[in-house]
Design a binder for this molecule. Structure first.
Ligand SMILES: NC(=O)c1ccc[n+]([C@@H]2O[C@H](COP(=O)([O-])OP(=O)(O)OC[C@H]3O[C@@H](n4cnc5c(N)ncnc54)[C@H](OP(=O)(O)O)[C@@H]3O)[C@@H](O)[C@H]2O)c1
Length: 245
């Protein structure tokens, strides 16, 4: 049976890498995001790789009215519905410090917007009693730190949201995977001087598909970030507050 995947934030290079792999496995695709030229190019590539269809659709998570056409499109497909959410934004912390009004946008892009979309989609997936939801959060949500605590707090909220959604959808046979990437070589990090344990977006896509197949609940990608964050989470607060990591 054909699976239909909706990819939110399909212009992210991680999303594009996942789309390639899903298309090669014969999944149908709805590619949602803001950059229509980019989405059209990804859609053409996906169809060439074997997707029965790949349809670009305009969505801005700061405007929940843009979700309705996507949900209506998905309702027309039979069988399992799956979703992978890549939307997020991470302006430099010092830019947010200079203009605190940016916080609302960061929280909407990285938590409230994607959560609203998934909340609207959930009843449709639940009713079918099968499918997978992949939510891309971040290691930044595991502990607030001086360098990116606004983005980190939004991702912490999204991680908690995904945990609750997993709890809910498990009752209908739907699996939710929380993905916590470390430092990935993408548009989001290109201005950073030095990345720790960097990997490319294709590694993230491969780890996501493995997690979906093995029904893993939470993954760190690459895996070494599980241990890095275990250490970071356990640094006592009186030491951590003096550190600039
Ligand atoms: N790169 C890393 O090291 C890293 C680490 C941990 C977690 N992550 C997370 O991984 C995900 C993908 O990030 P990336 O590294 O591939 O960077 P990216 O290319 O900047 O991807 C972010 C995606 O979010 C979309 N987006 C942002 N605001 C949006 C809005 N209001 N409405 C709709 N789409 C919006 C962007 O669309 P446009 O193309 O239109 O801007 C883009 O598709 C993000 O959730 C990010 O937080 C990244």
């Amino acid at each position: 049976m054909t699976e239909t995947w909706v990819i939110l934030g399909a212009s992210s290079s991680m999303a594009r890498a996942l789309v390639k792999r899903l298309a090669e496995r014969g999944a149908a695709l709805v590619l949602a995001g803001r950059d229509m030229d980019d989405l059209k190019a990804t859609a053409a590539d996906a169809e060439a790789r074997g997707a029965p269809f790949a349809e670009p659709m305009a969505v801005d998570v700061r405007d929940a009215a843009t979700f309705a056409p996507v949900l209506e499109r998905l309702a027309r497909e039979d069988g399992a519905l799956c979703a992978a959410v890549f939307v997020g934004s991470m302006p430099p912390q010092e830019v947010i410090d200079a203009d605190p009004s940016m916080i609302a946008g960061v929280v909407t892009d990285s938590h409230a917007g994607p959560a609203t979309f998934l909340q609207m989609l959930a009843p449709m997936i639940e009713e079918r009693g099968m499918g997978t939801v992949v939510g891309v959060s971040s290691v930044a949500g595991d502990r607030g730190r001086i360098g990116n605590y606004v983005y980190g707090s939004a991702k912490a909220g999204f991680t908690t949201y995904l945990s609750g959604l997993r709890n809910r959808l498990a009752r209908s046979g739907v699996h939710v995977v929380t993905v916590k990437p470390g430092m990935i070589d993408t548009a989001m990090t290109w201005e950073m001087d030095k990345l720790m344990f960097p990997v490319g977006p294709d590694k993230v896509a491969a780890d996501i598909l493995r997690a979906v197949e093995k029904k893993r609940n939470v993954i760190y990608t690459p895996w070494i970030w599980l241990w890095v964050m275990l250490v970071i989470r356990h640094i006592p607060e009186f030491i951590f507050k003096k550190m600039s990591i």
